[in-house]
Design a protein around this ligand. Sequence first.
Ligand SMILES: O=C(O)CCC(=O)C(=O)O
Ligand SMILES: [Fe+2]
Length: 312
Amino acid sequence: MTQIPIIDIAALQSADPTRRAAVAGAIGAACRDTGFFAITGHGVAGERIADTFAAAAQFFAQPLEAKQRLAIGTHGHNRGYVALATESLDEKAQPDLKEAFNVIWTDEATRPPNVWPALPGWRERVQAYFDAVHAVGRRLHAAFALDLRLPEDFFADKIDRPQATLRLLHYPAAFASDAPAGQAGAGTHTDYGNVTLLATDGVAGLQVRRRDGGWIDVPPLPGAFVCNIGDCLMRWSNDVYVSTPHRVLPPRQERYSIAFFLDPNPDALVSALPGCVPPGEAPKSPPVTAADYLQQRFTETYKHLSGKRAGA
Ligand SMILES: O=C(O)CCC(=O)C(=O)O
Ligand SMILES: [Fe+2]
């Protein structure tokens, strides 16, 4: 395979179950292969995506002091601003050459509220994008369920109060010329959760590792989302679906991306799905709540780090 598949998911909203099943089958095949695929026909308007990139550019253009007032280290709970070169997605490598702004899913009652910049209208624009990609992520889960021979709504009540994070990412070009060997935009890593939906601005850089160890360049796909399976869904599917390592090359040119990480509700029980365990075999991993699983992953990462990892 030299490319990730591009799948039109519009028919997931069709009243015709055979059309829904055909899309689910294509998604399932990609999830069993590299776990990466791009989607079109997702219903999020190109203007909405472009507006979120504009909001990201507006945020990152602010003076560092304004951004630092929202620093994740001050506010906690994975919300707010992550300055340049403070996290390493590959904990053995140099810090990533990127800055980020994180927005989490919250009901503001049982979860902490987000922190927002003092830019008029900014919150509403970014929240609208969050809600739109969350809806697409839920639709993808209906496809996963169909493909895995589960009731189509199997995941619905397990991802409606999710541990989801939207990350506006900025890879400035200025650092590229000084980048020491081995310092990437984002180091090689897998994502932790169920599925990630990524919008890119057309600047190349993202690479996905093939099963044979070679790297596939993800091409610019305007209007599409690049989707990938995370470690939590891999575990839930008893490794039937694959969470694949990926990286972002050192930024030669300024680059923006927007990643939405959909991780399950904290109390969702991640227990090997019945159809994914061959008869007579034991599940590869014991059941765990999504909260405990993600906590464990963050703790493992923090053990190796002097800085902080936030998200992924
Ligand atoms: O910016 C990108 O293209 C990908 C970023 C990524 O993989 C991540 O933040 O987990
Ligand atoms: Fe990632």
